[in-house]
Design a protein around this ligand. Structure first.
Ligand SMILES: [Mn+2]
Length: 455
């Protein structure tokens, strides 16, 4: 693997520090990347015979730092968070601190080892939090290479692919997982739920790539297939899934999708194909790395991170429970999406962005996901900003940027953080912050100015 030398040095320092630790406090982020990271570092720690105490948090907020400080931990390892809150990490002041993260940097770690691809000038979307954590685990011991598939799941969760294709170190981690036999990469139609959903449902649920008249329309999806020579059902009466189609049928379906797109002015045929990842260590729908990633995300949002992490490690009970967590999550999300769609007045057209006011209506764990889903629906050339009520007198503000708009919200939040009491973080296309309720309007105004500067 081509790990940049500077990064490799940091990984070596982190591994060395880790070897001396006995009792380890681990803190990770609650999204799919964070839970994958947690599973990796947990497995690696247990293999080394360490005693661990793991917590999953939404963000490294002051009250979390306060709690960690009171615990008087000798050793703390942060995964998929920390880099954006180094002053809080410094305040906690554990004897030994490791930060294994990939978020935007804010401040400097006073003591300990900080591993982040930004420190060595790497591209934003070539390594996830789980990727950094995996490279660390692998540096610790070669036997941890069997955890590589989880790093792929984390990268998918953080949408690090470009049109379903990995780049940079992510791509090399995929290769490593293939070599070791835990994952097989394929090339296929970029349809949702290829191993698990009836084809018409796969078509209906696929919004990227967009299929005119078919995306988000069950009748449109059924219509598209009924015009083809494809039976919707298998010989045994069960619904056919994408994986059940033979080569000819797949070809026919691909041509039909391309035709639909071309007749609606979308010329890029190649965009409907991408990489698929099948995980050999899981059964059923979780064999699809994309579904595992979605399921982890659901566990985090439903405050059942433990179910997700243990599932990653192959725990049978957890795997069973994960199904019902995912069902509950989908029900909740569906209800909230319908509510926003049916209430036009929840979205306000502001100067430079659209504002979705979910205070009192949308739980903070869902506001980011809802913005992601609705962003391209609401406007293809404006940032969507969502607001939800949080704790400790704060609101959570989430922002999502359309693909073709040149605005970096991770940077904007970072800039604002220097002058205002917020707890922010994020990446180029997705970011957010916890803002004091009474300063909400100031924050929105600052974002608006900064979007103006950049567009
Ligand atoms: Mn991440």
């Amino acid at each position: 693997m081509n790990i940049p030398e500077e990064l490799d040095v940091l990984l070596g320092e982190a591994a060395e520090k880790f070897r001396d630790m006995e009792k380890i406090r681990i803190v990770s982020h609650y999204d799919a990347d964070g839970l994958s990271s947690a599973a990796i570092v947990l497995a690696a720690s247990l293999r080394e015979g360490k005693t661990v105490h793991l917590s999953i948090v939404k963000q490294l907020r002051p009250e979390v730092a306060e709690r960690l400080k009171k615990e008087n931990n000798e050793n703390i390892v942060f995964t998929d968070l920390g880099s954006g809150h180094l002053s809080l990490v410094n305040e906690i002041g554990a004897d030994n601190t490791l930060v294994l993260d990939h978020h935007h940097l804010s401040g400097k770690l006073n003591s300990g080892v900080h591993v982040n691809p930004h420190l060595v000038g790497m591209e934003e979307d070539t390594l996830s939090g789980a990727g950094v954590t995996y490279l660390f685990a692998r540096k610790l011991d070669d036997k941890n290479k069997d955890l590589s598939a989880l790093a792929v799941v984390g990268a998918i969760g953080d949408i690090q692919e470009e049109n379903w294709r990995m780049n940079g170190l992510n791509k090399e981690i995929v290769k490593e997982a293939e070599d070791i036999g835990t994952l097989s990469r394929g090339e296929g139609l970029r349809l949702f739920g290829r191993l698990s959903r009836p084809i018409h449902k796969s078509l209906q649920y696929t919004t990227r790539p967009y299929i005119p008249d078919v995306s988000e329309s069950e009748s449109g999806a059924v219509q598209l297939i009924s015009n083809l020579d494809i039976d919707l059902k298998n010989g045994d009466g069960s619904w056919k899934k994408l994986v059940d189609l033979d080569k000819e049928e797949k070809k026919e379906l691909a041509s039909a999708i391309i035709k639909k797109r071309v007749t609606n002015g979308i010329e890029d045929a190649g965009e409907i194909f991408g990489n698929t990842y099948t995980l050999s260590c899981f059964d059923g729908r979780l064999q699809d790395a994309r579904e595992l990633s979605t399921s982890l995300n659901a566990c985090g949002r439903m405050s059942q991170a433990d179910v997700g992490i243990l599932s990653c490690l192959g725990d049978k009970d957890a795997l069973g429970e994960m199904k019902s967590v995912v069902r509950g999550y989908k029900r909740t999300l569906g209800k909230l999406i319908r509510m926003v769609r049916n209430n036009d007045d929840m979205i306000e057209d502001m100067d430079g962005f659209n504002l979705l006011d979910g205070v009192g209506k949308i739980p903070e764990n869902f506001i980011g996901t809802i913005c992601s889903i609705l962003q391209s629906d609401i406007s293809k050339d404006k940032v969507l900003m969502g607001i939800a009520e949080s704790v400790n007198g704060r609101v959570k503000i989430s922002m999502r940027v359309p693909d073709d708009l040149d605005v970096n919200v991770g940077e904007i939040v970072g800039d604002i953080e220097e002058t205002m009491d917020i707890e922010g973080g994020g990446h180029e296309k997705a970011g957010g912050a916890y803002v004091l309720s009474e300063e909400k309007d100031d924050f929105i105004g600052m974002v608006s100015d900064k979007i103006d500067d950049r567009t």
